[in-house]
Design a protein around this ligand. Structure first.
Ligand SMILES: CC(C)(COP(=O)(O)OP(=O)(O)OC[C@H]1O[C@@H](n2cnc3c(N)ncnc32)[C@H](O)[C@@H]1OP(=O)(O)O)[C@@H](O)C(=O)NCCC(=O)NCCS
Length: 190
């Protein structure tokens, strides 16, 4: 089973494993209702954040490791500005996700992070498909998925019931063969 080589650098950021010391940073963005508006969980209180972080740290020790939920860190300041993840949902199929504290929205960070995870997912984890589901009203995230070249595949009506409502979600997919074909002219990805 392949694994991700961490930390994973992007042009401006660094994706690394969380540690217990990141509690305050995680709590800050996941307690913010603007951040969790289109997420199935939250806003989280301190106890829920502690449970989440504990489960996440345990997942780092699993072998084979199938869940890569990573801290997004600004290398200069060492500030954790959000989280992203690539989790295997079935053999060869990985689910992509990301969230940032609202003070860091609108700088292209999510696009940069998601592109780095796609690249690493296909190259390092040998993914056959990377997918993402997004609430139909989450315009910023839909835009990110489109900018990184993922393709709309389906709409799931009443995909899930969470936070007292039904969620209609889009399914976006990037198959490995499409990712290979999107390589820059003259560039080779495999
Ligand atoms: C979704 C999220 C990660 C985007 O982060 P970001 O760093 O601001 O994203 P980027 O700057 O890379 O790109 C955002 C794009 O969406 C656009 N956008 C932002 N808000 C928008 C809105 N309300 N309607 C339409 N487009 C919007 C931006 O203009 C930008 O597109 P552009 O480059 O063509 O101008 C961030 O808003 C977030 O953390 N949201 C809360 C958590 C979440 O919903 N995660 C996704 C779950 S599927």
């Amino acid at each position: 089973m392949r694994t991700l080589h961490l930390p994973l650098p992007t042009a401006r950021l660094r994706l690394r494993d969380f540690t217990g010391e990141d509690f305050a940073a995680v709590q800050a963005y996941s307690a913010d209702p603007r951040v969790t508006r289109y997420l199935f969980f939250g806003p989280r209180d301190a106890e829920a954040t502690a449970d989440y972080l504990e489960g996440l740290l345990a997942s780092q020790r699993e072998t084979p490791r199938t869940r890569f939920e990573l801290a997004i860190e600004e290398p200069g300041s060492g500030r954790v500005i959000g989280a992203c993840d690539l989790s295997m949902i079935e053999h060869g199929v990985f689910d992509l996700g990301y969230m940032l504290g609202s003070g860091d929205w609108g700088r292209g960070y999510a696009t940069e992070v998601a592109l780095a995870l796609l690249e690493a997912g296909f190259q390092q984890l040998n993914a056959a498909r990377i997918i993402s589901t997004v609430d139909v009203n989450n315009r910023a995230s839909i835009r990110v998925l489109e900018k990184i070249g993922m393709r709309w595949e389906a709409i799931f009506r009443k995909h899930r019931r969470a936070k007292n409502r039904w969620w209609d979600c889009h399914l976006y997919v990037l198959p490995r063969e499409v990712w290979l074909a999107q390589a820059a002219p003259g560039g080779q990805r495999d």
